[in-house]
Design a protein around this ligand. Structure first.
Ligand SMILES: [Zn+2]
Length: 55
């Protein structure tokens, strides 16, 4: 398993959206946990639901 990325590409403008949610310090996130990102350009907020990676 891996962790949610620190940043994603904004679907609105193509700029970089940074993770604004805190990741768990010593455990992997539960599948279904939502992580929030905010775009540094258009300031839109996105929620990405963390899914378990396919086997
Ligand atoms: Zn944007």
């Amino acid at each position: 398993m891996s962790l949610p990325p620190e940043s994603i590409v904004c679907v609105e403008c193509g700029a970089t959206a940074h993770l604004i949610s805190f990741l768990p310090v010593d455990e992997l996130p539960e599948p279904g946990t939502a992580f929030a990102y905010r775009c540094s350009d258009c300031m839109d907020r996105f929620d990405m639901v963390w899914e378990e990676e396919p086997e």
